[in-house]
Ligand binder design. Structure first.
Ligand SMILES: Cc1cc2nc3c(=O)[nH]c(=O)nc-3n(C[C@H](O)[C@H](O)[C@H](O)COP(=O)(O)O)c2cc1C
Length: 365
């Protein structure tokens, strides 16, 4: 990488219905990549039609190849590495996007999100099939010319669900003890590594511990990361809402309500992961990075790389301003006028709606 900065994965919710990237979505990425990020990670890309959580891009068949090629090209606007993030929604897929079919998930346990429907438990054939879908998506990424793939193992999507004792209450080889709950994330990682070959980049995004009652712990995810490192992954991306507070994304996603009092570990998960995987794979930090000092703070904790999300949504030229030491001119929030958000900041109109649908998520001027 030319530098340690990456654009964090940012779903636009504005792709075409068939999972191809829309032109304004490509422009959103191109403009932000052009400021010189060492790597650009794509929005989460679905690997199976029945696991779509938003109207995002897909990597399920050859029909998606030219869309993926165009995306990789946009991401390389300034020569940074193009990484495709791949996911499955499991119990938090969106019923409207999967033709109203029942949701499928590791177990028949509803998510804590308000209004969540109870999914049905996947059969073991379906579990194997989903792993094959991750493999196929990684293979399409390779054919489309991406430099690598990031498995979305964080933020309560299917890979996270298989690792979570709250969501995964299976009694077969995919659930139960900690080592059985690791089975699915590790099988996906192996499948992705096999599809990419040894040279392309394979990363894994993890929620370091669950803020919810009876969730997995930091000790559990450290064991998982150690195993992922043994499978020759290149980086672990630690997903936090704010890296300084070691606060993971909660499953309910309420951004303007009271903040749940959660036990945070004494030491930063970034430091803890760095210790476990040092010398094997890199640690990428994210959450609340808005200035160069924030990035340096994450690096001091043990991160090798930093991923920047909301700051880049709000200011497409964020990195140029950081690099030219003109941080005072960084835009601090989205403008009041919605049309101005779309036009001045190259944000697809449907993404603007998505951003504004969760009050408190993205700062406003
Ligand atoms: C609009 C938006 C879309 C996001 N989409 C994804 C995604 O597709 N995959 C993912 O892992 N995280 C996603 N995230 C989370 C970000 O990658 C990042 O981890 C989070 O916003 C915290 O970092 P930040 O404070 O720099 O924004 C999204 C965040 C935002 C604001």
């Amino acid at each position: 990488m030319a530098n340690r900065f990456a654009i964090a994965p940012l779903t636009t919710d504005a792709s075409n219905e068939d999972g191809t990237a829309a032109d304004d979505e490509l422009e959103f990425v191109r403009r932000r990549a052009a400021s010189g990020f060492g790597a650009v990670i794509s929005s989460a890309t679905y690997v199976e039609q029945d696991g779509r959580s938003w109207q995002g891009i897909g990597a399920t068949h050859d029909g998606h190849l030219s869309s993926l090629q165009r995306l990789a090209e946009a991401m390389r606007a300034a020569g940074g590495l193009a990484i495709l993030q791949i996911y499955d929604g499991g119990r938090i897929a969106k019923p409207e996007l999967i033709g109203g079919k029942p949701l499928r998930a590791p177990s028949a346990v509803a998510s804590l999100r308000p209004g969540a429907k109870t999914p049905r438990e996947m059969t073991s054939d379906e579990v194997e099939n989903l792993i094959a879908c991750f493999r196929e998506a990684a293979s399409l990424a390779r054919k489309a010319g991406f430099d690598g793939v990031e498995i979305h193992g964080a933020n309560h999507y299917a890979v996270h669900q298989f690792f979570s004792p709250r969501a995964n209450q299976r009694s077969d080889k995919w659930g139960g003890t900690l080592s059985r709950r690791m089975h699915f994330p590790l099988a996906v990682a192996q499948a992705v590594r096999d599809a990419l070959g040894p040279k392309l980049i394979a990363g894994f995004r993890v929620t370091p511990f669950e803020a919810e009652h009876d969730g997995y712990t930091l000790a559990d995810s450290k064991l998982l990361c150690g195993e992922l490192a043994r499978l020759n992954l290149d980086y672990i991306s630690v997903s936090l809402d704010d890296y300084r507070k070691s606060r993971p994304t909660g499953e309910t996603r309420v951004y303007n309500g009271p903040v749940a009092e959660i036990d945070t570990p004494a030491e930063s998960p970034i430091t803890e992961f760095a210790r476990v995987i040092a010398g094997h794979c890199a640690v990428m930090a994210s959450g609340g990075i808005r200035t160069c000092l924030d990035a340096e703070g994450a690096i001091k904790l043990g991160a090798d790389l930093v991923a920047v999300g909301r700051a880049v949504v709000v200011d497409p030229e964020w990195l140029s301003k950081v690099r030219s030491k003109s941080e005072a001119s960084i835009l601090a929030g989205l403008p009041k006028d919605e049309r101005e958000i779309a036009e001045a900041l190259s944000i697809p109109p449907r993404m603007v709606e998505y951003l504004l649908s969760r009050p408190g998520w993205i700062p406003r001027l």
